[in-house]
Design a binder for this molecule. Structure first.
Ligand SMILES: Cc1cc2nc3c(=O)[nH]c(=O)nc-3n(C[C@H](O)[C@H](O)[C@H](O)COP(=O)(O)OP(=O)(O)OC[C@H]3O[C@@H](n4cnc5c(N)ncnc54)[C@H](O)[C@@H]3O)c2cc1C
Ligand code: FES
Ligand code: FES
Length: 1345
């Protein structure tokens, strides 16, 4: 009997029992925690299992093993009904600031592993779960635990360093990393008493934290598993049903019940991990009215060892499967478990730990994704599947007849997959699997494969071969022709070329196929087969004397990827002895909010409690890129229960329906025409988020397309579509004369892709209408509260003094919240005022990515003249950036690109022109570096090409042309205190460049299919807003009667540690300890007319304003200090108060002596410059395009650092963001302008596994900067470009690969240097088989914008 009455959901959260009689089966655990239990520590970063911000620990009692099992899960994908009978631990449950932090919370905070903090709770919970399972893990286990967590700020190194202290390696006395040469004191024989000589007192020397102050980890103090769940099996034995309004959830406890349900509801979905279904429901708007959870059905969770192999129930999780397979590998003869080894290796790269802990084998098979990682292996191995329905039972072999179409298979709707048998192999059978993805960790495959071969006994004659490929068709496919043509053939090098011919026939791919990368995917199939050939050849050679060994230079091509324990060092100044304790300037103190961020107590906009009567807003976006908006009809949406209103352009007077950064060229809601996909055309207001979002998709818009559709820079050039008033040019010297004096002229071009900000916290706003005098209070995650204030006031038709914008903190900004926050904040404020109710919205990740713009893609054409000796005489560059459908900041971004395009070189004659392309993409915007990383990249490309053309050493070429003290830039600004040569030579020395260049060359000579490259790149970055008026800041310092000090300043905290630095500045200026100083938030009613926190100028400008205010306070207190010099601060404040002295002071600062007039080409745009250099060594796999950064050394001039820990954090985080920009992150748009890469699943940012294996950062010493507060320098943006060293390291490695084919000379490598670009640039016999078809012969899946 199928039960009808709804069951009670019972589970524990942080030790507390939760009983819910009326649970909504559509809710996830995250929704439940955040909205119902108000536990907002777990964050929503993506909702699709890709970022780990929502990680919590789930515990269950396993009645078979009688053990408690703890595992990390993504709460955003965990259906709430699935946690019945489990215990959940969230970040709030393990520690808090008042009662003490848990060691995993304390260590991440104190080791500077939390910047904006939005990722921190998730990382804490991944680590916590690991520690609960293993109180002394290895670093490798830590890295595996973090495969599913992303951080956009820190660059990961500090997190790993902090947690290393809890690992075996840490316990064994890891390297302190404090020696100036980056080595280890233990290597020098100075190890004393078994410990590192520098260890133990890190803060006193160069270290950034002191591990001796950390609380010890004591497993005995952990939460106990709720005894009730252990003692009774009642919760496990219940046949559950949860009835919701649209969905019913069943949890049967026997196979019979399951099959009965499936017979009654043939289209019911069987959900185990929900990692496929959850994503479909959330992002594809799918509704599955009946869900069956089979995890209590014994036949589906059993594992049986049988004579033929191991049988896994289909609901066995991937983690459990891995455990069993590993046990088998350890206990069975090697040959028997060759399939198992391939599966285990594949699982290393399958999603993250949180997903593998819950996702089931059956879910992977039955979803039938063409890029499933397991299906090619199961098919090649010929696994047996057991299918069952109420009336039938059958066993089928998994081959290419199993899948019948895209995500379809032979199972009947009433059938379920009961089990899979994975076979043992025999001695003459070999097996391996392959996967190439954009990123190694936690990424879906571009192409994958499973390959099996059986030889006639004791020979190398092929008896059977199975080759299954994913990513090459709508289903996993087998290479039938190749398989049959190879039977009876000898396994030798001839089969590689022959198989290549038939594989091309077996695996055709239309040039328009979804996923694109056609030639790359096709090349990969041949590369994989070649690798399989080599793997098997090597094994055969060990068994059969007549089989030739592989050439020694081929062997590295088949080595399994292995990464050593990451190493690092951080070198910075130490404060002078005698600096008072209260004076924090120069000390590596942790981020002031770090502890709260680690405990989940730090509040972000969407963590704020709900206001009474609050509504949720969901924007309705245009689905056409360029069209007339004929009509917008919200009738159906408005009929939905819970929907309150729809607002659109009709609700705003025409003259107020506008916004924009520099000019107001955007509509708040499109009225007549849409100019990009993702443009807001209205908004739905409803009681809750789910209703609002569902209804927003029901709003119908009618469009009439308008031509031309301009998506790419090339389209814009063709149609002359530029923001004509904003074309910029900088000239210096005489370009024609320069060319005529040159011995060589080179011309070329390069494209540099855009970059998604991927701040972990998406755009978010809450607006509270005050119902009086037009006042509105806005809580907004923005870098630019004043702009939000002014634009909202304009939209509402009230003066700015009625609007208060508050920003407590952001979960990352990176420029993406400098202007684009307006897209959400203004509609939210308009709706709140129209409906006179509080309104909230936090974008979902796909909405945020789809509408809020990115870093600008750039294209550059260059012509350069150079002398025989390498002196660059003239450089002409024309730059184009893709501005999108409004100007936003695109012109300023272009200006900075032009200012930065000299990078570190003194080129006597230049002519740089910049065009902002007007296209039908969402408006592109500021992003850390603001055009600088693009301008510099193009110049480095020119240098790279010159070195190749002239066959000159690239290092020497750069040195010949490098700036030195007193040189003038191309806009005639003299370089004072120019430390480029120092940074360069220190980096060259620290990295042992010359020696390693030789080592790299030696490696390349000995390895055909793996190549290494090394490069050294300098940088210079001008500090100031190029818009003069923005170079000002205000601060308000208030001293209260109890002596406590409240500071407000114009800067916003987005993780960069600005508030921490401001407190450090104030501690020195007022000579008081930091515990007396507090910064609450940034608010437009405390400091007016603030500039955005951008251009790396936050500390410079606000630091000076804070200093100015503090100095005024000190002047006012001076008489009382003089009168009572031995008194306490509190006494002086009290005395001043009773003397009626004002203790609230406004500080102000404007940067003196700057300003550049573009028309007259006169003036000084920058206050000063930051300099740096980086060396990166990279290894590439020529056959797949995979790469790794083996080592990176950075030397950066940050003046006298106010906080070396924060500054090093900015350098490392900036480097990793730049690394993403130049090597990994790729935005893909359809030819119609649709963003195809809208979440962490499709868009890959660097993860933990992408940091350089060795990462050394050193702050240049003895380089004070007279132009900024306490001799410091800005640090946010300047280091980002240094990641170009990785790009040019890759290019250097590619050059070695090309040399093997006798291809030399300059070649174009666009950025990012993705696996696709690397592979296709390593031209060889495989890639040559796939020439690129002419562009007019097909419609591509995606275009380069
Ligand atoms: C962040 C992320 C990363 C991922 N990375 C990878 C990756 O690297 N490689 C990869 O291949 N996949 C990946 N996936 C996809 C997914 O995790 C796997 O396919 C997983 O194995 C699905 O299992 P599940 O239990 O979560 O499926 P569910 O979502 O619970 O179910 C999936 C489907 O299978 C059906 N089904 C499940 N069991 C049965 C059964 N016994 N009988 C009949 N039908 C059944 C369900 O009805 C449903 O339609 C990723 C997913 C996410 C969210
Ligand atoms: S929010 Fe759950 S993984 Fe991103
Ligand atoms: S600190 Fe990790 S995302 Fe900001």
């Amino acid at each position: 009997m199928i039960p009808k009455k709804t069951s009670s959901l019972i589970f524990y959260v942080n030790g507390q029992k939760i009983v819910d009689e009326n649970v909504n089966p559509e809710w996830t655990l995250l929704t439940y925690l955040r909205n119902k239990l108000r536990l907002t520590g777990s964050k929503l970063g993506c909702g699709e299992g890709g970022c780990g911000a929502c990680t919590v620990m789930l515990s269950r009692f396993d009645r078979d093993t009688k053990k408690i099992v703890n595992f990390a899960v993504n709460a955003c994908l965990t259906p709430i009904c699935s946690v019945h009978g489990s215990a959940v631990i969230t970040v709030e449950g393990i520690g808090n600031v008042a009662n003490g932090l848990h060691p995993v919370q304390e260590r991440i905070a104190k080791s500077h592993g939390s910047q904006c903090g939005f990722c921190t709770p998730g990382i804490v919970m991944s680590m916590y779960t690991l520690m609960r399972n293993n109180s002394l893990p290895s670093m490798h286990e830590v890295e595996v635990a973090f495969q599913g967590n992303l951080c956009r700020c820190t660059g990961y190194r500090p997190i790993l360093e902090g947690y290393k202290t809890l690992t075996k390696e840490g316990a064994a006395g890891g390297c302190c990393g404090k020696l100036q040469n980056g080595g280890c004191c233990m290597q020098n024989g100075t190890k004393e008493n078994g410990t590192c000589t520098n260890g133990g007192d890190a803060e006193e020397e160069y270290g950034l934290f002191n591990p001796n102050t950390f609380k010890k980890y004591d497993p005995s103090t952990e939460f106990i598993f709720p005894p009730e769940l252990q003692l009774t099996s009642d919760y496990d034995d219940q046949y559950l049903v949860f009835n919701g309004e649209r969905v019913t959830w069943y949890r049967p406890t026997s196979l019979g019940q399951l099959l009965e349900l499936k017979a009654k509801y043939p289209y019911a979905k069987i959900v185990v991990g929900n990692t496929e279904i959850g994503v479909e429901v959330k992002f594809k708007n799918c509704l599955y009215p009946v869900i069956i959870q089979p995890t209590r059905v014994p036949e589906l969770v059993d594992v049986k060892l049988e004579s033929k192999g191991v049988r896994f129930g289909s609901a066995v999780t991937l983690s459990d499967m891995e455990t069993v397979l590993r046990e088998q590998i350890a206990t069975q003869p090697e040959y028997k478990t060759r399939v198992f080894s391939a599966i285990v290796e594949m699982l290393r790269w399958f999603a993250g730990k949180q997903i593998r802990n819950v996702a089931a084998i059956g879910g992977n098979i039955m979803t039938g994704s063409p890029i499933s990682d397991l299906n090619p292996l199961f098919m090649a191995a010929g696994c047996e599947l057991e299918l069952k329905s109420k009336d039938d039972h059958r066993v089928v072999t998994m081959d290419d007849t199993f899948f019948t179409g895209y995500r379809k298979n032979i199972c009947k709707s009433e059938e379920i997959l009961q089990s899979i048998l994975i076979p043992y192999l025999k001695e003459d059978e070999y097996f391996w699997g392959f996967k190439q993805a954009k990123r190694r960790d936690d990424d879906i495959a571009i192409v994958n494969a499973g390959m099996f071969v059986r030889f006639e006994v004791e020979t190398n004659t092929i008896q059977k071969i199975s080759l299954a490929f994913g990513g090459m068709a709508p289903t996993t496919v087998m290479a039938r022709t190749t398989q049959s043509s190879l039977v009876k053939r000898q396994w030798n090098q001839h089969i590689v070329q022959e198989a290549a011919k038939t594989l091309i026939e077996d695996l055709p791919l239309d040039p328009s196929a979804p996923g694109g990368m056609i030639e790359f995917r096709r090349s990969l199939t041949l590369s994989f087969f070649f690798k399989f050939y080599m793997i098997v050849q090597e094994k055969l050679n060990q068994r059969l004397s007549y089989v030739k060994p592989l050439p020694s230079n081929f062997k590295s091509a088949i080595q399994v990827y292995h990464r050593g324990v990451p190493k690092s060092s951080q070198i910075s100044q130490i404060v002078p002895s005698g600096q008072p304790d209260h004076d924090l300037v120069g000390k590596p103190i942790p981020h002031m909010s770090g502890m709260k961020q680690a405990t989940g107590e730090a509040i972000y906009v969407d963590d704020m409690p709900k206001f009474e009567n609050e509504l949720y807003l969901a924007l309705v976006f245009s689905s056409r890129a360029h069209a007339k908006l004929i009509s917008v009809d919200a009738t159906e949406a408005l009929q939905q229960e819970g929907v309150v209103d729809f607002i659109s352009a009709k609700d705003i007077p025409k003259e107020r329906n506008k916004m924009g950064a520099i000019i107001h060229d955007e509509e708040i809601f499109a009225s007549k025409t849409v100019t990009c996909i993702g443009q807001p055309i209205g908004a739905i207001l409803a009681h809750d988020q789910a209703t609002a979002q569902r209804a927003s998709k029901m709003v119908k818009a009618e469009y009439q397309d308008i031509k031309p559709l301009i998506i790419t820079i090339q389209d814009a050039i063709k149609h002359n579509s530029f923001y004509q008033d904003w074309i910029r040019n900088i000239k210096n010297g005489n370009i024609e004369k320069g060319f005529s004096e040159s011995d060589h002229i080179l011309e070329g071009d390069m494209h540099l892709g855009g970059q998604e900000h991927f701040y972990l916290e998406t755009q978010a706003t809450i607006a509270l209408p005050k119902l009086e005098d037009g006042e509105t209070e806005i809580f907004c995650s923005t870098q630019n509260p004043t702009e939000i204030q002014l634009l909202t006031a304009e939209a509402l038709g009230v003066p700015a003094n009625r609007i208060v914008v508050r920003t407590k903190r952001m979960g990352g900004g990176f420029g993406g919240k400098e202007t684009r926050s307006m897209m959400l904040a203004i509609p939210v404020a308009l709706a709140a005022n129209k409906l006179k109710r509080p309104v909230r919205c936090m974008f979902d990740r796909d909405e945020d990515m789809g509408c809020s713009g990115t870093r600008h893609p750039f294209f550059c054409r260059f012509k350069v003249g150079v002398k025989n000796d390498g002196r660059v005489m003239a450089l002409k560059m024309t730059l184009y950036n893709n501005g999108g459908n409004s100007l936003d900041l695109s012109c300023s971004v272009m200006e900075r690109a032009l200012f930065s395009a000299d990078n570190a070189y003194n080129i006597p004659n230049v002519d740089f022109t910049g065009y902002v392309c007007k296209t039908n993409l969402p408006s592109n915007t500021a992003f850390r570096g603001f055009g600088g990383p693009q301008g510099m990249m193009f110049t480095e490309n020119v240098f790279d090409q010159i070195a190749d053309k002239l066959n000159i050493d690239p290092i020497q070429l750069r040195e010949i042309n490098m700036y030195k003290e007193g040189d003038e830039t191309h806009y005639n600004q003299p370089l004072e205190y120019c430390t480029i040569p120092r940074c360069w030579s220190e980096c060259k020395a620290n990295s042992e460049f010359a020696k390693r260049r030789q080592e790299v060359d030696a490696f390349n000579a000995e390895n055909r299919w793996k190549k290494r490259g090394i490069s050294l790149i300098p940088t210079k970055f001008g500090i100031a807003f190029t818009a003069l008026f923005l170079n000002q800041a205000g601060a308000l310092v208030m001293v209260y009667r109890d002596g406590s000090v409240l500071i407000s300043h114009g800067g916003t905290e987005m993780g960069q540690g600005l508030h921490t630095k401001m407190i450090q500045v104030a501690s020195r200026a007022m000579r008081i300890s930091s515990d007396k100083i507090h910064i609450m938030e940034t608010s437009t009613d405390k400091v007016p007319n603030t500039s955005p926190t951008a251009a790396s100028a936050g500390s410079d400008l606000n630091g000076m304003a804070v200093l100015n205010a503090c100095n005024q306070i000190m002047e006012r207190l001076e008489p009382y200090i003089t009168a009572k010099p031995k008194g306490r601060w509190e006494d002086w404040v009290t005395a001043a108060y009773f003397d009626r002295v004002g203790l609230s002071v406004a500080g102000f600062y404007k940067t003196p002596g700057i300003g550049f007039d573009f028309k007259a080409k006169l003036g000084k745009p920058f206050n000063y410059f930051c300099f740096g250099a980086a060396c990166a060594e990279v290894e590439i796999d020529c056959l797949t395009g995979d790469h790794e950064v083996r080592r990176c050394d950075i030397v950066m001039d940050v003046g006298e650092s106010i906080n070396p820990a924060i500054d090093i954090g900015q350098i490392e985080g900036g480097y990793m963001q730049g690394y993403g920009l130049y090597t990994l992150e790729e935005l893909r748009y359809s030819p119609q302008g649709h963003l195809l890469t809208k979440g962490p699943g499709m868009y890959k940012l660097p993860g933990f596994g992408d940091i350089p294996e060795e990462f050394n950062v050193s702050l240049l010493r003895g380089a004070p900067n007279a132009k900024a507060v306490f001799s410091s320098k800005a640090v946010g943006e300047p280091p980002l470009f240094l990641a170009a060293a990785a790009f040019y390291g890759i290019k250097d490695a590619i050059k070695s690969a090309r040399k093997e084919q006798s291809i030399t000379g300059p070649f174009r490598l666009d950025s990012p240097a993705t696996a696709e670009r690397i592979r296709m640039a390593c031209i060889d016999q495989f890639t040559e088989k796939f020439p690129t078809p002419a562009s007019n012969t097909f419609k591509p899946w995606s275009v380069t914008v």
